[in-house]
Design a protein around this ligand. Structure first.
Ligand code: ADP
Length: 297
């Protein structure tokens, strides 16, 4: 830009000299005037400056975009690493318990019938835990596709709520009156149990202070899961729905988990064209609100 501008100035200087000489010798030509030369000069200068500013802005935007995607990639890589660590832990723990139960059962020692059935049901519980984990991993790899209304049958959602709340020992404020909506029963169960499980887990593994509310509006169903646990910082409120995201670092975290639960919840909410939001509960804890339409249009 500078070179072109300098060349231009040189050329315009020559033009000025020529006009001056022509005026001195009284030569009449139709050449442009001094003012026109100056005007042309200003116009060119403005053009050069605006073009360079545009190019510089373009380069800066490019650098910013590359930097942003690089940072995102790094974050994603760290989350994946964390996921591998946590999934290994989640797989190893139930397997170790099952092995211990089976070793004890198959040992020569005579065990009372009571003990035997305790160990067997313990093993089955761990198998359930493994199955649930594998289902979560499979579910998280599925693509979100909104089901047609005919595919999502109309069900009474209240029994699903009562079952899940009973399972976690959580208070359910939804009444007994049936509430019909077009939603897959397994999907609703998965969605709700992930929210309730988290509410209990992040309240120090106790259902105290956790409540589940279900409300019916004209076109929508609103479910609210709130707890009085550790709460979620504002900067994490969006990230918690990302796949593999967990607050904090793997080696310092106390609660077990894989970072898949809320990702699955978010995918299911999208599948049924609903909306999910998270806010602070008062005086402490978090509130998850899900609104989904009774009919899928
Ligand atoms: P996981 O619980 O397996 O780590 P989730 O996807 O269910 O994975 O949750 C992601 C993160 O969001 C959790 O690691 C936790 O830090 C945070 N979180 C989720 N639910 C709650 C809650 N009710 N209270 C506080 N933190 C929560």
């Amino acid at each position: 830009m500078i070179f072109t501008h300098q060349n231009n100035e040189r050329y315009l200087d020559v033009m000025r000299d020529m006009i001056r000489v022509e005026q001195q010798f009284g030569i009449e030509t139709n050449r442009i005037s001094f003012d026109a030369v100056e005007e042309e000069m200003d116009r060119k200068l403005f053009m050069f400056i605006s073009e360079s500013v545009f190019v510089i802005v373009l380069i800066l935007v490019g650098i910013y975009l590359v930097y942003r995607s690089f940072k995102q990639e790094l974050r994603f890589q760290r989350q994946q690493q964390n996921f591998l660590l946590s999934i290994t832990h989640e797989l190893k723990t139930p397997l170790a318990s099952i092995k211990l139960y089976l070793q004890t059962l198959s040992s020569k020692k005579k065990l009372s019938e009571e003990k035997q059935s305790e160990f067997l049901s313990g093993s089955l519980e761990q198998v359930d835990r493994l199955t649930q984990l594998i289902n979560h991993v499979l579910e998280s790899t599925k693509e979100t596709r909104a089901p047609r209304e005919s595919l999502a049958e109309k069900i009474d959602v209240v029994p699903v709520f009562t079952t899940v709340c009973n399972e976690y020992g959580v208070e359910f404020r939804g009444g007994d009156a049936p509430l019909f909506a077009h939603i897959g029963e397994t999907d609703l169960e998965l969605l709700l149990s992930n929210l309730v499980k988290n509410a209990v887990l992040y309240s120090g593994e106790t259902p105290e202070g956790v409540s589940v509310t279900l409300q019916s509006q004209e076109k929508n169903v609103t479910l609210v899961v709130s707890d009085s646990g550790v709460g979620i910082k504002d900067e994490h409120k969006k990230q918690i729905f990302e796949r593999f995201f967990r607050v904090g670092e793997e080696d310092t975290r106390r609660a077990n988990g894989t970072g898949l639960g809320l990702y699955i919840v978010d995918q299911l909410v999208k599948k049924y064209k609903g909306k999910i939001s998270v806010t602070d509960n008062q005086p402490k804890g978090s509130t998850f609100t899900v609104i989904f339409p009774k009919r899928i249009t």
